[in-house]
Structures are given as structure tokens and as C-alpha cells.
Ligand binder design. Structure first.
Ligand code: S3P
Length: 432
């Protein structure tokens, strides 16, 4: 795919699809609850569709009508052993959450994934699950992994790596475990699982002191289903937000965007850089905070972000790096080690591709330094994405200013935002 310069800026009201993290949880939690759940605005993307297929393969009735998805849940122990291995494509969230959930079911199952997912670390979730007596068969801690499902025992577990996927896998395992599970986390991670479990009547209590929390779950309590309205995805909207900020003569409105405070780092960072972003009509749906926004072209300045910011915006560094390339002063983003084990080695690809675009930047240890200029000479138009959707979308936005750039393997965008190309073009982008 080629991304060329935008002619008249980025304008209008782009429709941002449903939140990916909340969509996965909207399939998983109602599938093990009692009752019918009608979901509005579920993300229809490859990653979420892999989760849907997994639960259909485990006997859950799931129907789709227009923009609604209906899940007929039959309780904590109603899943059936799948006849084949469960293939999860590129979806790390499906893998980590299902490793947890299925480790406390009474059947065996095998999880597998594509080349990228099969190289991502899974011991970060299987090791803490083993503290609850879970059992797995795996070579080197990567997929494919056979889960030897059994009743687990609640225990106290401290999470070493800040990760909502690890926390959520443990939470899902604890729902069906004997006794009480206490999960301790020392840094903030997105809390969509806890919010949804609470509203589905799980026996869950959260104690917070500063950035640390202790989540206490009493197992074997049946869950009660509820309808869910999925808000629009802040991570997906960030490509439009930055495109609007860095292109002249731009103004967009966004609607129903999730601004959960465990997840809103990109907005804090961009505001710190001088972004003109106005929040409107703050409200809650399903206990998730949402709002509408108005964004206008802005003169950005660089900024220094400490490691703690990475917890609140781990998926947004590729697009934040693009924003920083158009700021009036350098930026330093610290503590980005986790970016190396995402859908690609994002830290390496950000540095490599910005350099191809003529941007001076460097990675020192796990910190990213960006030194912007106001006149870029493209050195190599071939953007390498390693099939990573967020790298592809971030450099599509880069192309809207300095293009043409050739974005390789752009079909990966279907992972999280299948309509991105059409919507970006409708609002002033130039992708073909
Ligand atoms: C996600 C958590 C994050 C994020 C991923 C989605 C989730 O991963 O990168 O895109 O839905 O829980 P980690 O929690 O492992 O950092």
C-alpha cells in the first residue's frame, strides 16, 4: 500500500470501530456467564473474530445480526472440549486470556497462532498460572501450547511484568478455582476485565494504594450476563488524532471514545506536547468512561515521558513517535522494553522506519530519542511492518505529510481496524 501526502488536511467525523480489548472480554465473559448478552458495536476484526470462533468451537451459541452480537451463556462450567486445536491468528490477547480461562476448565485444549504470535512469550502467563497448580505442555514456553485443564486452587500471586493480559488471564482462571485468589500488581494496567467482571456479579474486590492494587477473587461464583455496548477504541482513534494534529487545516470530531484512566496515556502525552484536543460530553457506559472529542491542527513541542507512562499507553508509541517527528523540539520516551515483544519488535521498527523517513532518532537501552526537523528527505520509501497493524497505520499517517511511502504487508491492519484505509481516505488521507 502507498501512503501519499494529504491534499487538504484531515477533516470530518471518522467512525472509529469498537474497542479491541473490551471486545475480546465481551465475548469471553458472557460465554461463561448465565443468560443472554446482546453486544452492540463489537469490533469486527481478525483478532476478535478468532476469539468468537474459539468460543463457538467450545459449544457457545453466538449469533450476529447487523451491528449486534448475541451470546447465549450457560455458566462457568458449560464450555465443551474443542474438537480441533484453537487457532488464534495474531491475537496475543486471545492467547493470554484463554490460557488462563481454559487452565481451570475440565478438558484439554491446544492453542496455536500465526508466525508472530508463535514467537511471543507465553511463560509470563503460564508461570503465574502454575502457582495455582495449572498444567501445560509446551516447547520453550511458546505456542502451540497444550492446556491440561483441571480445577485450580486459589493462592496469592504477584505479577512481575506490568501486563493486563497476564492479570486478565489470572482473573479468568480464578473464577473457576477453589478458594480465594489474590492478584497483586505493582504498576497500573488496563482494568477492563475487572470492570466487566464486577458488573457480571463476580465475587471480586479491589484494594488500591497509589499505583499498586490487590485484586481478591472468591472462585466458583456463577456470573450473571448483561448487555454490553462497546465504546470506540482510543488506540484506533489515535491514528486519526495524530493525523489531524500534524496536518495543517485539519479538524475532526470523534464520538464515544473510551478514555478509561488506565489507558489514556496517549491523550495525556499529546496534551503535554501542546495538542489541541477538547473533551466533550464525558459519560459512562457499562462503567467505562467515554467522551466525544474535537481535535484541531496543532504546533506540537517535544516531551520527555517516564517509564510509568508506558503502562498507560503501551500500544500508542508507534503513532506517538510519528507525532514527535513533527514537534518543534526533541522527545525522549523512556522504558519501552515491552515494545520488543508486541506483534513485532516495535521499538526496532519505529527506529528503523523513522530513519528511512529521514528522521534522526536512536534507541539507547530501552529509551527512544527523536530529534525532529522541518525538512525530511526520505532515504528509503519501503516501510517494514513485519505484519504489525499498528506500525502499518502509524506510518500511513507519516506518509500523509512526507509521502509517498510504501507500507509493506498492510493487510495486517485487519487485525484491529479493517476499514482503516477507506475511513482515512474519506477524511483526507491518501492511501492506495
Ligand atoms: C491488551 C493489553 C496490552 C496491549 C494489548 C491488549 C489487553 O498488552 O498491548 O494490545 O487487551 O489486555 P499487555 O497487557 O501484555 O501489555
Amino acid at each position: 500500500m502507498i501512503s501519499s501526502k494529504s491534499n487538504n488536511g484531515i477533516n470530518g467525523t471518522p467512525i472509529i470501530p469498537g474497542d479491541k480489548s473490551i471486545s475480546h472480554r465481551s465475548i469471553i465473559i458472557p460465554s461463561i456467564s448465565n443468560g443472554i448478552c446482546e453486544i452492540d458495536n463489537l469490533l469486527n476484526s481478525d483478532d476478535v473474530n478468532h476469539t468468537v470462533k474459539a468460543f463457538k468451537d467450545m459449544g457457545v451459541k453466538i449469533e450476529k445480526f447487523q451491528n449486534k452480537t448475541i451470546i447465549y451463556g450457560k455458566g462457568l462450567n458449560s464450555l465443551k472440549k474443542p474438537e480441533h486445536e484453537i487457532y488464534l491468528g495474531n491475537s496475543g490477547t486471545s492467547a493470554r486470556l484463554l490460557l488462563g480461562l481454559l487452565s481451570s476448565q475440565n478438558f484439554n485444549a491446544v492453542l496455536s497462532g500465526d508466525k508472530s504470535l508463535s514467537s511471543r512469550p507465553m511463560e509470563r502467563i503460564t508461570n503465574p498460572l502454575k502457582e495455582m497448580q495449572a498444567e501445560f505442555d509446551t516447547n520453550n514456553g511458546i505456542l502451540p501450547i497444550k492446556i491440561l485443564g483441571k480445577k485450580l486452587s486459589g493462592t496469592e500471586i504477584e505479577i512481575k511484568i506490568p501486563s493486563a493480559q497476564i492479570k486478565s488471564g489470572l482473573l479468568l482462571a480464578s473464577l473457576n478455582a477453589y478458594g480465594t485468589t489474590i492478584i497483586k500488581e505493582n504498576r497500573i494496567t488496563r482494568n477492563h476485565t475487572e470492570i466487566m467482571l464486577k458488573s457480571f456479579d463476580a465475587d471480586i474486590n479491589i484494594k488500591k494504594v497509589d499505583n499498586k492494587s490487590k485484586i481478591i477473587v472468591n472462585g466458583q461464583k456463577e456470573l450473571k450476563s448483561k448487555n454490553i455496548s462497546v465504546p470506540s477504541d482510543l488506540s484506533s482513534s489515535s491514528f486519526f488524532i495524530v493525523a489531524c494534529l500534524i496536518n495543517k487545516n485539519s479538524k475532526i470530531n470523534l464520538e464515544k471514545i473510551n478514555i478509561n484512566s488506565t489507558r489514556n496515556g496517549i491523550l495525556i502525552a499529546l496534551k503535554k506536547m501542546g495538542a489541541n484536543i477538547l473533551y466533550k460530553n464525558k459519560r459512562k457506559i457499562n462503567n467505562e468512561e467515554i467522551c466525544d472529542m474535537e481535535i484541531k491542527s496543532s504546533n506540537l513541542n517535544g516531551c520527555i515521558l517516564e517509564e510509568s507512562m508506558a503502562d498507560l499507553m503501551i500500544d500508542e508509541y508507534p503513532i506517538l513517535a510519528v507525532a514527535a517527528a513533527f514537534a518543534s523540539s526533541p522527545s525522549i520516551f523512556k522504558g519501552l522494553g515491552e515494545l520488543k515483544v508486541k506483534e513485532s519488535n516495535r521499538l526496532e521498527l519505529i527506529e528503523k522506519n523513522l530513519t528511512k523517513c529521514g528522521v534522526k532518532c536512536e534507541v539507547k537501552r530501552n529509551d527512544l530519542y527523536i530529534y525532529p526537523s522541518n525538512n525530511y528527505q526520505i532515504k528509503d520509501e519501503n516501510i517494514e511492518t513485519d505484519f504489525d497493524h499498528r506500525i502499518a497505520m502509524a506510518f500511513s499517517v507519516m506518509g500523509s505529510i512526507i509521502g509517498p511511502l510504501k507500507i509493506n504487508d498492510a493487510e495486517s491492519i485487519n487485525t484491529s481496524f479493517p476499514n482503516f484505509i477507506n475511513i482515512f481516505n474519506k477524511h483526507g488521507g491518501n492511501l492506495y
